[in-house]
Ligand binder design. Structure first.
Ligand code: AMP
Ligand code: MG
Length: 361
């Protein structure tokens, strides 16, 4: 199959809508990441998404709409969802809703709920309006790869697998939507994203974060969100996160890089802009400013993709505080690293000669 990349515009929307109506797949930008869409009501088209991505069939999809009226007959809207829809739609918030049998089982992996989102990106909105279909769309990457934040990333993964990619430039948020469950008592964030815990708490009063957001799922633990079961965003090399005081972290990164390089491993560090110069000999990749976790969110997937392109085998990374958008960053970065973390002081204490060990103050 020949994959066409078209700059977003009326002719491209018409073509994309036609393909969707015929049961074919179209990749398109949203404010979070690029999505790979199919008509959500077409039980013949949706399985094509799983095939193109290599996605396990038990990992359900998010249904994208441009107008709340599209939900009539598809799902019931929980009372707690209404203030969220008013506050955050259109935008990067996905809400679980009890579904009707009109939604094919393949969309929800036979779960009783369906995940719904109204994106705010002008290209996604216009496409959804022109095709006038609810569109099931997971991220447009091959399963296990970082989500795509540019049309070039989508092409890298989907060339020859889908007929059309709409190019709308690079995505603003850069991480996938926040997923929230308001169907069972206290609302629970299943996946953190651009709409933060604090923003949700302001509207809902109370909200919890699913425990597996910042740690691996236990062997017999049931995933509240099936996607959490799977290894995600993992580069081929091994990422280790380095936590601790800023100055110690920078020294530890340098030391660990030098050890790996001495061993002849292809190594690099992921660090904040402020540390790029100090770490210039350590093959640094820029995560954005230490003071702007939104920049780290925006860049993270692009940086993770470049690690495989450069065949990096050993990767050491700084971390951001896990609140605000930082919670979403640490969820993705943590999973990319299989939550492997070292404390900078331990690294310095065990590896350095006595005179270089961290001080006690
Ligand atoms: P993706 O669109 O690839 O970013 O993945 C969609 C995410 O939404 C996955 O993590 C799914 O597990 C989650 N999801 C979709 N539908 C449901 C549902 N009905 N219940 C729980 N999680 C869901
Ligand atoms: Mg995904």
């Amino acid at each position: 199959m020949n994959t066409q990349v078209l700059a977003a515009g009326e002719a491209a929307y018409t073509k994309a809508a036609e393909l969707l109506r015929q049961g074919q797949l179209v990749a398109f930008p949203t404010e979070t990441v690029y999505g790979l869409g199919a008509n959500a009501l077409d039980a013949g088209a949706v399985p094509e998404i799983f095939r193109a991505k290599g996605r396990p069939a038990d990992n359900p999809l998010i249904v994208h709409i441009h107008d709340e009226k599209q939900l009539d007959g598809l799902c019931t809207i929980p009372e707690a969802a209404r203030p969220l829809m008013r506050a955050f739609w259109p935008g990067p918030l996905t809400i679980l809703m009890p579904r009707t049998p009109r939604i094919p089982d393949c969309v929800t992996a036979s779960l009783p709920t369906v995940a719904i989102r109204m994106p705010s990106h002008p290209v996604a909105r216009r496409l959804l309006q022109v095709c006038d279909l609810p569109v099931a769309a997971p991220s447009a990457n091959r399963s296990g790869k970082p989500s795509p934040t540019t049309a070039a990333h989508v092409l890298e993964d989907m060339d020859g697998r889908i007929p059309l990619i709409l190019d709308g430039g690079s995505c603003d948020v850069g991480l996938e939507s926040t997923v929230i469950d308001v169907c069972h008592g206290t609302p629970v964030i299943l996946r953190p994203g651009g709409i933060t815990e604090d923003m949700l708490r302001e509207v809902l009063g109370t909200v919890e974060v699913a425990p597996s957001v910042l740690r691996p799922l236990g062997e017999h633990e049931v995933a509240l969100s099936p996607g959490m079961r799977y290894r995600h965003y993992a580069p081929e090399g091994t990422i280790t996160l380095i936590d601790g005081d800023e100055a110690d972290v920078v020294r530890a990164l340098k030391l660990l890089y030098e050890q790996a390089a001495e061993d002849g491993r292809n190594a690099c560090v992921l660090c904040f802009t402020e540390h790029m110069q100090t770490l210039e000999a350590c093959h640094p990749h820029d995560l954005g400013s230490i003071h702007e976790p939104g920049q780290t969110a925006h860049r993270l997937f692009d940086v993770l993709r470049s690690l495989d392109d450069e065949q990096m085998r050993v990767i050491y990374s700084e971390v951001v505080p896990a609140h605000g958008i930082g919670l979403a960053v640490m969820n993705r970065l943590g999973r990319a690293a299989a939550f492997r973390t070292l404390h900078a002081r331990d690294v310095l204490a065990s590896a350095a000669p006595a005179e270089n060990r961290p001080s006690d103050q």
